[in-house]
Every structure is written in structure tokens, then in C-alpha cells.
Design a protein around this ligand. Sequence first.
Ligand code: OSB
Ligand code: MG
Length: 369
Amino acid sequence: MKIHRIDRYCVRLPLRIPFVTSYGRLTEKAFDILVVTDELGNCGLGELVPFEQPDYIEETIDTARIIIEKHLIPLMTNSDIQHPKEVSTLFDEVKGNQMAKSSLETAIWDLYAKRKGKSLKEYFYDTRERIPVGVSVGIQTDLTKLTDQIGKYVEQGYQRVKLKIRPGYDLEPIEAIRQEFPDILLMVDANSAYTIKDISYLKQLDAYNLAMIEQPFAANDFLDHAQLQKEIKTDICLDENIRTLKDCELAFALGSCRAINLKIPRVGGITEAMKIVDFCKEKGLFVWLGGMFESGVGRALNLQFASQKIFTFPGDISASDRYYFEDILSEPIVIQNGEISVPNGQGIGISLSKEKLLKYGTLETIYTK
Ligand code: OSB
Ligand code: MG
């Protein structure tokens, strides 16, 4: 396929409620939508998801834009791509920068599926039409407000709650949630806020029937996580650590975790994500699909990928209105009975609302042939 043009919408969507994690407070999500146009006029869509601050991982939206324009687009447009699986190999000479890579790689998958007149999920194994979904809940120090908020999500049908924790905000909110919702599928995510010194403290989390504890320690630590997993009964899940299949192999070999939060952008796109799914299947490592506050484009991609039946655990894939007043799609993504339907158009299956994109963002052309 020939790439004739790449356009970029730079968008900022205000969040309905500020989202607080162990590393900061987010009131608005900035993201780019890349539109890759081929010689026939088909358009592939990709979302660029990194934050503005390098606090979750190193990449930021600014660094990713430079990598895309200066390094990735030239690699992609100087070669004749026959299949989207070639893109990650083409990008190999650029180290790291997975989210930048993913924005283009996933756009090429979308474009390829559209050229073939297929839905993206047709390229995955053993899929279904409706996906069980969960919700990620930010730090809310007023525990009455916290349980009220969770009550609303439970009413809307969300099948799993992930609570963000940090030192000083852990046992108490978990206790409050368990008092009100003794049976919900509950997990916690520390976004690297603890250290090995906290192991004996963290062992108290075993008392709350948590599905898993996500990323208690640093993003580049495998050894301390392995030590904790040895001493604690609850499954440890790695998020920030997992950028490549190699990271999964290392985590598995060392026993650093029993579960992986797989995010397509954090591993550089669909091709690497598929390899990780295969590895997890082979080794019996539990894998589920995470999120990055995506707008409708990234959300639709996540739904296509999560259509694979291996994703039994409700992912961080909520409806458009969980985070945003308005999405940038012509039709928002909605939850029904705790599930979201996989969009069934060609490619990722959705269409953009140009009106909403321009209400919240700007449009520029970043490549022409
Ligand atoms: O740690 O999983 C995380 C969002 C952005 C960055 C990191 C994380 C998250 C979430 C929310 O927890 C996931 C979502 O609902 O999109
Ligand atoms: Mg996480």
C-alpha cells in the first residue's frame, strides 16, 4: 500500500471528574488522532496516547510527536508496506518510544483492514461480539464520595473495579469499599508508589480478596516484584514494566507477577501485543487489557483486540461517558449490562465526528507524498 498523506488532529478533552493517581492529577486529556490516507483514499486511524508529563512512563505527547515526524514517518513512507506486521520490524531501528510507534502501527492495521473490507477483529483468534468491562477509579480521599461513585459504576453494570492506591491511601479506602461491596471484583493499582521496604505492610492486602495488585514497585523493577510475589498470596500484575515480549519473558522467568495488564500503545502496537498474548497463552500467564484514557479511536481499537476470548477478565475499557462529556466519534461507545459491543464497521469500526474534533482540537497535515 502507498501512503499519500498523514493528517493529525491535536485534541484536548476535559475529564468529567479529575483523575488522581499516585503520581498526579489529571483534569484534561491531550491526545492526537492520526489519519493515514492511502493511494485509494482509504483512511487508517491511530491514537497517540502518552500524557503531557513523563510521570506514568518516559514518553510524553511532545517527545512522541518528534519521534513520529522525524523518525517513524520517514521509515514508513520510504518502504512499500504489504502487511501491517511489517511496520513493527521497520520501526525496530528506533529504540523504545512504543506509544509513538503504536499510533502509526495501529493506523496501518486499521487502513489494511479497511482496504480488505474487513473488521479488525477478523485478524484475531477466537473472538466474540460483546466484551465484559471494568472501571478504573482515581484517588478520592473523601471515602463517602468514593463509595458513592463506585456505587454508580456498579449500577451502570461495570463488572470490576480498580482502585488507585498510594502510601497513606490504601487499607482504609479498600476497607470502606469492602464494607459496602463485599463481593465485587476488586483490584488495586499503585502506579509504582511503594518500595521493597513496604513488603510486610503490603501483605495486609491479602485480607481483602483482591483480584490482583497492579504495579506496586518501580517501572523498571523485576526483582523486588518477584520477592513480593513470593511472600504475598494475592496475584501481582505488571503494567509499567511491560513494554515488549522480552519484558514478559523476564517477568515470567523471575516470577515477578502472575498477571499482565496489556496495553497496545505501551507495547508499540498490535503486532507486539499479539506476540504477548501468544506467550501468555503458552505459559498460562494471566493477561487482560488495560487502557490509557483513550478517546473513541483508541477505545474502539481496544474493543477489537479485547474481542479475543482469552480476555475473560473485565478490562479497563469503559464507555465514552465514563471519562468524557463528549467523545470525538459520530456515535459514542456505550455500556449495556456490563458489556460493550465491538464496533462492527470496517477496520476499528467507528467514524470520527469532524465537528467534535475541531471543537476540541486543531487539524494539520504532517506528511504529503
Ligand atoms: O495505570 O493503568 C494505569 C490510565 C492512564 C495511565 C495509566 C493507567 C490508567 C488507568 C485507567 O488506570 C485506564 C483507563 O480506564 O483507560
Ligand atoms: Mg496501571
